[in-house]
Design a protein around this ligand. Sequence first.
Ligand code: NA7
Length: 533
Amino acid sequence: MSSISTNSSYDAIVVGAGFAGIYMLYQLKQQGLHARVIEAGDGVGGTWFWNRYPGARCDIPSMEYSYQFSDELQQQWQWSEKYATQAELLRYANHVVERFDLADDIQLNTRVLATHFQDRTQSWQIQLDDDTTLHARFVVMATGCLSVPNVPNIKGLDDFCGPTYHTGQWPHEGVDFTGKSVGVIGTGSSAIQSIPLIAEQARSLTIFQRTPNYSIPAHNAPLDEEYVRSVKENYAEFRADNWQRGFGANFRDNDTSALAVTDEQRLAEYEDRWARGGLAFLAAFNDLVFDDDANETARTFIQGKIAGLVNDPELAQKLTPNTPVGCKRLCVDTDYYETFNQSHVELIDLQQDPLQEVNAQGLATRNKQYNVDCLVLATGFDAMTGAISNIDVRGENGTTLTEKWAEGPKTYLGLATAGFPNLFLVTGPGSPSVLSNMLPSIEHHVEWIAQCIEHMTTHQLTRIDAQTTAQETWVDHVNEVASATIYPNCNSWYLGANVEGKKRVFMPYLGVPPYLEKCREVVANGYQGFSLT
Ligand code: NA7
């Protein structure tokens, strides 16, 4: 990747070189614009660059979690497994950068510290951590939804003598746990993917669980050639069909209520979904995320499965959540619950015996000291707003984004935020983002932003800003949709509830098809809800 250009004035600066930043750069270059991506890591790939913990893989099937903007790319790229591993996804990201000749415009190992809107020039001044200042008409935040690790505020964490690894910042050279006693804090998706593999190496593994999670078996396998051929023969139709789905993915949505079928039919549907595996479980009936009674049927089914997989009934009980299924993001695993049947694996239920501190030798709960050689923090992320809030973003009249978002993020369509002209967000809060198949949602946003910039160039417009009233109406709508679901009923990262002191606000928007329609309508009505000058 090249060093910084001597010309520090750009049409656009893109923050982050994950899948969003890579594609944004491609689109801007297609328009002949002078753009540059600034990336903190020493490689591209975003989530898939940082999350290298054992077992890290996507929970959306690889034939769907991939770019569709280039038919040649989607036809030629060969995924090897149903769910791609982190390593394969990282190879894919690098391949795209190479294939479309993007590397020279990506600046690695550089962090954006601040971006300030200049009222006089109607452009942005961007401060990097290498003491360079850049100027650009547009800034695009392609900073990712899950990119700032949440390091829990546990007393004495720094006193631990052994190595501590956060799953979201895993050492690139890997970690060998052979013969070690390992402690894992957390039982979210990252823990659920890594625990079975850590258990294969570790001498002993102690898992500290604050809240249990539901997990559906992945049934991961090498991709079936016949299936790949059939998808590729009709890739455009396959993708178009996914856009019609609530989560924007091929979850085989069943348009029936869980309460409108017989017990036998319901059980058969759940058994089928369990046997096929994956997140499609949540689309077994059309009211699982809307109706608590419907959800309870799914809950009872999975609770029965956990009881069948874990030999010790008391342990099975501890591993069983009592919250609605899907309220916290559903997990997808390979042998997670079964791992607890191994004699060297122990579960500590922090609800019964709370964690008091970490000390030099390990972890102390109220009742016991657990000595470990290494500690794994599978404690998640400051989701959706963390990365943007870490940058000193100042809009019109020097107003800071932190001030504007003090009561929770406020955006128009998750694409822009009023008072911050010419600043775009890719999959920002208020868009389907994490409640959808992320890659197509990224592509949709990038294309919307690129089209908007092209429109502005063609019509010699220099400034776009979301209107406060349109934004307020949108924020109210996002909340209204969420309040009719099960989502507000648990302490999830969708609500920011996992980060101490973070305002509790439901951040993603549920419903891909209506969202796409709204975005189309806004453009068709001359960027309704935006002020363009
Ligand atoms: P998650 O899903 O946020 O999980 C984090 C886990 O860490 C969760 O079990 C938390 O318990 C636990 N946690 C966090 N802080 C603490 C403290 N202080 N003490 C004990 N336990 C704690 O993050 P992941 O990385 O697993 O997954 C994030 C997303 O990435 C996932 O949804 C997929 O989309 C991919 P809690 O539930 O808050 O009680």
